[in-house]
Unconditional design. Structure first.
Length: 164
């Protein structure tokens, strides 16, 4: 009896690579679209501890603040105190402070600010509508939203607030 000849199907590597790349692109797109929710879920699952994204955001803010040092002892001391407070405060605490004025005042007081000054600062931040976008995005853990709102804030006139 003659043996059956089996034919080997030719493998289409190009098609497999294309499908793999499309799946990876879809996963990345979903991750970017739902990043704040994923990051917040991860933070809540870890008991409020900072996520790698939180640490990266803090490091970026600290780096930006350190670049503003000018050699003035008073200014540099304030920047050092601020960077230390940012580094040691959990992002979940900062998010809670962005939602509530009393919590923000307590956080500033714990960070070493005079209670009267902390009350004045938080009152200005919560009553000035220009800061609403930054506070709401920060309260939701949407760092890109904070960035966009802060860029918009740079274009508005906040000198009257700074004067207070």
């Amino acid at each position: 009896m003659p043996r059956r000849q089996t034919t080997h199907q030719k493998k289409h590597w190009g098609r497999r690579i294309l499908i793999t790349l499309l799946v990876i692109a879809a996963i990345c797109g979903i991750s970017v679209a739902f990043f704040p929710q994923i990051n917040n879920t991860w933070r809540n699952a870890n008991g409020g501890n900072d996520t790698p994204a939180d640490k990266a955001v803090k490091a970026t803010v600290i780096k930006a603040l350190d670049s503003k040092k000018n050699g003035n002892v008073i200014t540099d001391g304030v920047i050092d105190a601020t960077t230390h407070a940012i580094d040691t405060t959990k992002m979940s605490t900062v998010m809670a402070a962005a939602q509530d004025q009393d919590t923000a005042t307590k956080l500033l007081t714990q960070s070493g600010l005079n209670s009267n000054v902390a009350q004045l600062v938080t009152s200005a931040l919560f009553k000035t509508s220009a800061f609403d976008g930054v506070r709401e995005s920060l309260a939701n853990g949407d760092y890109y939203g904070v960035y966009k709102a802060a860029k918009k804030l740079n274009n508005t006139d906040t000198t009257s607030l700074i004067g207070q």
